[in-house]
Design a protein around this ligand. Structure first.
Ligand code: UDP
Length: 239
């Protein structure tokens, strides 16, 4: 089931269902493209037709933003569970270890992606990380980056280039990577590597992660103004 926010679709789903969809994609295809949607992306997609088309075409659009849940509740929608990008990323890695799926990490600074891979192996001993690469390559090298991923034989590809770069990479080069599950994960490698702390559990439980990030990185204020604008428009419009 799907609910739309300013005409941008978001799937009413759970982490468990998302893991099931990933298992099906690895076992029998077709490849599954997962996009984490938050209010900021919904607002951005109003002016960016490529981002909109990307979200529309994705196999799974997770609701990664408490603003979506608030808007849904205010207008009597069905979205009740948040599936955060980082939790699904870690959940997929946990499943990858169990099932023997291989993983490729693309994005962030070199020391960050290396530290993230190390931390994954520490938390999930035996996980098969078949390749990694930082996200500061020339755009003209993207084709080569995609073939390197294909050569690695990775089942799961996580791309942490930030938005909309990661969406552009996945749109243009995703198929060439031959990965079975592809997902943009924003700043998740920085969090996993311990470079950016996650909000305390109590704040997360209250849906106040955004406030914590704003306190840590006040320059995000411009981006966060998208939230009230989104709420007012999404609730007034009702779709
Ligand atoms: N990044 C990258 N290549 C670039 C620009 C950014 O790999 O050319 C990485 C950056 O190091 C960080 C992530 O992309 O790890 C962006 O994180 P952010 O929290 O800004 O993601 P967003 O909130 O935009 O999804």
């Amino acid at each position: 089931m799907t609910e739309t926010f300013l005409d941008i679709p978001v799937d009413v789903t759970t982490t468990e269902d998302a893991l099931g969809a990933a298992a099906a994609a690895v076992a029998e295809g077709p490849p599954l493209l997962i996009v984490a949607v938050n209010p900021e992306k919904v607002v951005k997609a109003q002016r960016d037709p490529e981002l909109r088309a990307f979200i529309e075409a994705a196999g799974l659009r997770i609701a990664d933003g408490v603003g979506l849940l608030v808007a849904s509740r205010l207008r009597g929608g069905r979205l009740r569970e948040r599936v955060t990008g980082i939790d699904l990323f870690l959940g997929l890695c946990g499943r990858a270890r169990q099932e023997g799926w291989s993983v490729y990490l693309l994005g962030a600074r070199s020391e960050v992606v290396h530290a993230a891979a190390q931390e994954l192996s520490r938390r999930l001993p035996g996980i098969s990380v078949v390749g990694l690469r930082d996200g500061y390559f020339a755009r003209s090298d993207a084709v080569e980056v995609a073939s390197e991923i294909a050569r690695s034989g990775a089942d799961l590809l996580f791309v942490a280039l930030g938005s909309p770069l990661q969406e552009a990479f996945l749109r243009q080069h995703g198929p060439a990577t031959r990965a079975r599950v592809l997902m943009g994960v924003g700043g998740s490698f920085d969090v996993l590597a311990g470079r950016v702390p996650r909000a305390p559990q109590a704040m997360r439980a209250l849906g106040l992660e955004w406030l914590y990030r704003l306190w840590r990185e006040p320059r995000r204020i411009g981006r966060m103004l998208a939230l009230p604008i989104f709420l007012v428009r999404a609730v007034l419009r009702g779709s």
